[in-house]
Every structure is written in C-alpha cells, then in structure tokens.
Design a protein around this ligand. Sequence first.
Ligand code: NCD
Length: 430
Amino acid sequence: MAVSQQVFLRDAMRRLNLTRDVFAARIGVKRRALDTWLLPEGSQEARNMPEVVSRFVTEIVENSALMEKYAQSAQSGPLRDRIAADSKHQLLSVDQFTRESVEELFRVADLMQPIARRQKVSRVLEGAVLGNLFFEASTRTRVSFGAAFCRLGGSVCDTTGFTFSSMAKGESIYDTSRVMSGYVDAMVIRHPEKGSVAEFAAATNIPVVNGGDGAGEHPSQALLDLYTILTEFSRLGKLLDGAHIVMAGDLKYGRTVHSLIKLLALYRGMKFTLVSPPGLEMPDYLLEKAGKNGHVIEQTHDLAAGLKGADVIYATRVQKERFAGENLEGYTADFQVNRALVDACCGPDVIVMHPLPRDSREGAHDLSTDLNHDSRLAIFRQADNGIPVRMAIFAVLLGVEGLVQHSLRDVTWTPPSHIGPDDSVFHGMY
Ligand code: NCD
C-alpha cells in the first residue's frame, strides 16, 4: 500500500462518511480490531490489518464513489455547471454550493493532495495564465491561489494594491475587468468593497474567483476551512452532522465566518455558538440564513461559556480596517482563545482554527501562540489545505479535473518530509 494503513483507513471512513463504529460494522470487524489498525505504526498495540480487509475496504470505497458519480452525472452533468449555473464558471459566493457539489469539489481536492504534498507534478493547465488582482492586503490567499495555479502547470500575473493599478487613475471596474480578460484565462480578485467582485465578474466571460470582497464573502477560504474540518474529523472519527462549532471574534466584519457559517449550514443538526465583543455580532441576514433547517444558534459575549463542549473553535482577527465608527483597539484579555481556556472548556479532540493572519502584536489578544505545540491547533494544516482546495477550484472552473489523475508524474526534486519545523509526518499528527 503506497499510503500508511492509518491514512488509508481514515480516508476510507471520511469518503464513506462513517464513524468508527459504523465503519467497523460495515467491513465486518470488531471495533477493537479497527482501533489497533488505526494506531501509529511504532506503538506497542498496533497491528497490521489483513490484506483481505484492505482489498474489501478498497472495493467498498470504489463502489460507493462510482455509485455516487453515476447518480450525480445521470442527473447533473459537469460539476462546474452545477456550481455556476450560468455559462460563466465563476465562483463568487458559497451560495452556489449544495452539500453534494461541495463534497464533489473536495474529492477533486483529494486528487490534488499528492501534488500539494510535493510527491507528484501535473501540467494540465499548461499555457493558461491567471490574473491575480489584489486591491487589498493579502499574503496567503494571493500566494496560495498563485501557487495552486502554478502547480497545475499554469502561469500567474499579479497586481497588488490600488496605488500601482490604473484604478488610481480613475479607471472603472468594468474597464479594468474587460481589459484583463484580453490578457489572462482566469482572474482572482480581492477588493475592499462588498459586491465589487461580482461587478468585475459581470464585465467578463472568463472564470472569476472572489478572493474576498470587503466584509462580504471569502468563498475559497470557507471551502478550505470546511475541507479542514472534514479531514480533521475523519482523523478523529467524528461526523460533521450534529457538531458544535464556536465562532469567536469579529463576526460583523470577518468575511471568512460569513461564508463559513453558510457552508456549514448545508449539514444537519448543527449547533453554532457565536461569541463576539459587543457591537461585533454576526449580521442578522446571516443569522436568518444559518438558522434555517433546524440548526441551533446561540450568541454570547462570554468566551469561556461559549466554548463549553465545542468540537471546533474558529477564532478570528479584529477587522479594524473595516471599522465604521467602532472604537476597539483589540480584543480584551478575557476574549483571547488560549491554552488554559481550551483545556478548561473543551475536550482533547477539539480543533482550533483561524483563517490567519493572527495579530501577534501586544494588546491584540488574538488567538494565543501558547497552543503552537498542541496538536489541537489546526491552523497550519488549515492554511496548507489552501493549495489542494484552490487547485480543485481552478481545475473544476477550467474543466480539467478529469485529466489530473492521468497527468501525474513523480517530482524530480526532494522536498523535506516535514515542511514546518514543528510538523511531524503528515501534518503533525503521528
Ligand atoms: C482573512 C481575510 O482576508 O478575510 N484572511 C485570509 O484570507 N486568510 C482574514 C483576516 O484578514 O483576518
């Protein structure tokens, strides 16, 4: 088996969307036996699973994937036509997704993992050029969109900030967008005004991805956040349906939480606890949307109370750059998610997330660095997931996802086994 036994089994459970108990029953083995196969290789209790079980699991996973694919393509056609109903193949909002289409996109992201982990290369987007137009501050979104396009064999042209763009000379969004369409094959746009990326998109027929429009949406971030939650839950043997998600921080201006709560609401029986300083609560239109379908939403200003029983803590930065009269320098100390609080309020299998950047300046009281060596902190695994998810977005919007599998070649260089000094193999978990 190319991947380790644990990775293989966890991946199978995630694809089938089954808990450990149900999965053990499905493959006809005792839960205890499954547990020993899932232990890290070096540990005393670890056992090798019999070859026949591995073949059986492969068969079940392949069958279920095939059934799903047939069922979907019979009624639905290519994924990009389902994500973008018009013929323009643009990704502007998470409202474009259903639970089925989001999970289909994640199967494409899974396909990209060997490339994202630097084991394989692909050139399916050879010759294509991406225009990365960022009119607002960004590091990871801009670079990861660019890197994702490059890792599929494409090239990237960048522009950053207003100062060096023709918008500083008074050019309209329509003109900029139309002109860029003559130069590139897809655009990612970040702009400080809500709704502005949709305006760019209306002025072109090439694929446009919203890289963040003011306090509006950040669909690719929410997609990689959801992908991270599903991956982490699969490792922990948990299901997302019925989970308790705590979102903490500036929920008024934080666009990542605006997109994420809508995506999570596609699942069943969710509990959302929204913790924000007074005045920075989640907007009503989102509460209304997320409150449909029987989800429970609780709002509080008390972080410790809100964190009780959380499966996921999603902390966010104060979005000071979008303040309109609010008077707040940073979070107060009692608002900081830190190790003591997580230990006191949550179990050993909670995951702590943050879209990043976290504000590390004194007095900001953003997510504490004292969790840095704690495996519950998923922020770097989360940021790493930006690559396979953004590769999947491009592959789907440009219609090449079916070519990826057969295009893979081995890398010619030797990447480090741990990309960060604190990561152990496979994102710090073993
Ligand atoms: C976020 C953003 O720009 O909305 N960052 C990101 O894209 N990962 C969050 C933030 O800036 O706080």
